[in-house]
Design a protein around this ligand. Sequence first.
Ligand code: ATP
Ligand code: MG
Length: 357
Amino acid sequence: MNSYKIAAVPGDGIGKEVIAAGVEVLQALADRDGGFKLDFESFDWGSDYYKKHGIMMPEDGRETLKKFDAIYFGAVGAPDVPDHITLWGLRLAICQPFDQYANVRPTRILPGIQGPLRNVEAKDLDWVIVRENSEGEYAGQGGRSHRGFPEEVATEVTIFTRAGVTRIMRFAFELARSRPRKLLTVVTKSNAQRHGMVMWDEIAAEVAQDYPDVTWDKMLVDAMTMRMTLKPGTLDTIVATNLHADILSDLAAALAGSLGIAPTANLNPERHFPSMFEPIHGSAFDITGKGIANPVGTFWTATMMLEHLGEKPAAERLMRAIERVTVDPSLHTPDLGGQATTRQVTDAVIAAIQGDN
Ligand code: ATP
Ligand code: MG
């Protein structure tokens, strides 16, 4: 029997609530399947840990994580700890050294969910956004001089490397090829930014030579927001820089109905290091402790983790269970306009797993 070691890092706020729900659902799934085993170990890293120890995770945290097959991550961020500390101290402290350069974000309107767009059915909005996750605008390079003086200057240096852009472009073309429509849109801002963004366009055209079966086009990021909103059915796989995809995927999540539903995977495609799976939402302290966080994004995330581990039938079983629950409005949490609790949604998904043939 295949057995996988999963590191659960719930983090902050509702991250703790949704990961607890996700672990329960995954255990129920493994029991139902009988063909594989999941060994969870949980780590209490995050803002509470920071307040006690002055760091978000222990110095040897990364060494510890290396021996796991995957990382199941909640959210980081707390009202009383600066965002750059929480983000760089935990999430990016895992993503960067583990070279999780491909951030994959499927977006779909699930059955029973009403997105904000009129006349858009589920079949018209089925995308995967690929976000470059290791360089670009979030390279962390730059600095400030003359702090506080009128002459103050701050630079935020964007770094694109040929190797970095080529690998994410190949990843995106491969993913596009694996989907029925074989359609890829490359997003840039090469009219206004004439170095890195032009290199993106050039590398896209070079890589495309190896994928004659994939239809591809280029879009400027500003025009892309309109196309996503007005002509969602013309899109399938999308690849964009760290910053652009960060913004576009929030738009995508909103168009699909709620931030609480959207999943993401931070992949190290070469599998030299563990990959990390998380819902795209944040710690959401406004609803923390109320028991009403939508766990669906965390469950959908689990399907991506199972696929990555090679347990595709289990991933499909979980997705069927999720859709059986979203279709019922009495099982919608308040972010979807309903009144259900995290507990009720979790129990319903577990029941759907147990009842699945
Ligand atoms: P970050 O700083 O990472 O953006 P955040 O705490 O601002 O985190 P977001 O993920 O941006 O949280 O979410 C914005 C709002 O959307 C939250 O404050 C919350 O009201 C709502 N929300 C987000 N995720 C969920 C969820 N899983 N269930 C219900 N509501 C959610
Ligand atoms: Mg936010």
